[in-house]
Design a protein around this ligand. Structure first.
Ligand code: DQA
Length: 145
């Protein structure tokens, strides 16, 4: 059976390409989705790619992933730093989850260096720009081998 990966993008990531380009680069979220799709084909993975600015909607998507997806890749945006509710959802569904960030959250403002979600993830990839998503997909493929 073909393995399925759900890629969840949190708040403000819909603005990629225009938002703080010096930090997040000039690629749009659609550009990233296309690159991931190409890469996924090489691994024989099927990906669904979503974005939401709403915490509850992200939680619903995580719940709905049960029984449908083999791995979740999530960039929770600013929710990374304080959403215990998203953390609890990730923990609850027991789907291996990879946290991803474009920027290196450990060399920015102090408040960004803490992720409340990373402890319930397999791991965190942070600081490689849009390539963080590609690295995460490679990690997902290795997890599913
Ligand atoms: C981000 C880092 C977060 O601190 C920030 O709130 C974002 C983007 C990243 O991908 O680098 O929205 O998750």
């Amino acid at each position: 059976m073909i393995k399925k990966v759900l890629v969840i993008n949190g708040p403000n990531l819909n603005l990629l390409g225009t938002r703080e380009k010096d930090i997040y680069g000039s690629e749009t979220l659609l550009d990233i989705a296309k690159r991931m799709n190409q890469e996924a084909q090489q691994f024989g993975l099927d990906i669904d790619f979503i974005q939401s600015n709403h915490e509850g909607e992200i939680i619903d998507k995580i719940h709905d992933a049960r029984g449908k997806y083999d791995v979740i890749i999530i960039n929770p945006g600013a929710y990374t730093h304080y959403s215990i509710a998203i953390r609890d959802a990730v923990k609850a569904v027991e789907i291996p989850t990879i946290e991803v960030h474009l920027s290196n959250i450990h060399n920015r403002e102090e408040f960004r260096s803490k992720s409340v979600i990373a402890p319930v993830c397999v791991g965190q990839i942070s600081g490689f720009g849009s390539n963080s998503y590609i690295v995460a997909l490679n990690a997902a493929a290795l997890l599913l081998k």
